[in-house]
Ligand binder design. Structure first.
Ligand code: NDP
Ligand code: 8X3
Length: 256
């Protein structure tokens, strides 16, 4: 199969690309950092085609998918993985620039790739779009503000795509992981503070990028009539159930 993976220069995207190449697919691995993609291409061999692509650039995304349609007869699978969290401050002191970067990448970038890939899949009546969501799209936590909201978009957009695709052999699945270590996600979120990023995973057994790659590989083995709408994944050292109770002096009714 022809498979496009966005955000393939690190973390999940790199592991997914390597795994699917190993399994005999042609993988179009994309991200902004060319050197990282070249290293991945050397590791994976000729089945991996590396291209720099910034998913925030709508024109470049359109051109990239059109080129694949023309040269390779279209794509079978799109893994919309490129994404990031920037900062973990409360909303009232967060950077608007960070918020915009997350919306531009996690929401608009994913939209651009989907918009470019989907018509060909429908025309061939064959395809699968995997979208990387997050537990942050379902469960609120302090500092998740816009990041979590972008992942809620990913969840609902995926369900809405399937609503439009009912009766067509084009599948859409959101993968929604929780704590996942060994990627650059937290280093990016904490703006390069590797010690802080590392501390997040201390004394836990987080999910790994290989766990995400295995999940996609397993999904691809399912019969063509099966669509898994969403998969929520957490390591055994994580669970939901964290309602906050903050103890403050009794709130006064200022109108009284
Ligand atoms: P990493 O930071 O390790 O990798 C992110 C990838 O996205 C990199 O390859 C980066 O490449 C790419 N990327 C970022 N911005 C752009 C852009 N504008 N255009 C193209 N590529 C871009 O993160 P993870 O592998 O951990 O995360 C991957 C996805 O999974 C993200 O969507 C994230 O939100 C989600 N996720 C992660 C979890 C975790 O705990 N790790 C848990 C749940 C979901 P480059 O900089 O070279 O462009
Ligand atoms: C990444 C998982 O819990 O850091 O999406 O938001 S979390």
């Amino acid at each position: 199969m022809n498979i496009v993976v966005t955000g393939a220069s690190a973390g999940f995207g790199e592991a997914i690309s390597a795994r699917l190449c190993n399994e005999g697919h042609r993988v179009f691995a994309t991200a902004r950092r060319a050197d990282r993609l070249e290293a991945l291409a050397r590791r994976c061999g000729e089945r991996l085609v590396a291209s720099t692509l910034d998913v925030r650039d709508a024109t470049a995304v359109k051109q990239f998918f059109a080129d694949i349609e023309r040269q390779y007869g279209g794509i079978d699978v799109l893994v919309n993985n490129a994404g990031l969290a920037l900062g973990i401050e409360p909303a009232y002191c967060a950077s608007l620039e960070n918020w915009e970067a997350m919306v531009d990448t996690n929401v608009k970038g994913l939209m651009y790739c989907t918009h470019a890939a989907l018509p060909g899949m429908v025309e061939r009546d064959r395809g699968w779009i995997f979208n990387l969501g997050s537990i942050a799209g379902t469960y609120p936590y302090p500092g998740s503000n816009v990041y979590g909201a972008t992942k809620a978009f990913v969840h609902q957009f995926s369900l809405n795509l399937r609503a439009d695709l009912a009766g067509k052999n084009v599948r859409v699945t959101t993968i929604e992981p929780g704590l996942c270590g060994g990627t650059e996600f937290s280093i990016t979120r904490f703006q390069g503070d590797r010690d802080r990023a590392k501390a997040l995973y201390d004394d836990t057994s987080p999910l790994t990028a290989d766990d995400i790659a295995s999940t996609i590989s397993w999904l691809l083995s399912l019969p063509p009539n099966v669509n898994i709408n969403a998969i929520e994944m957490m390591p055994t050292s994580q669970a939901s159930g964290n309602f906050q109770v903050v103890r403050t002096p009794a709130v006064q009714d200022s109108a009284a």
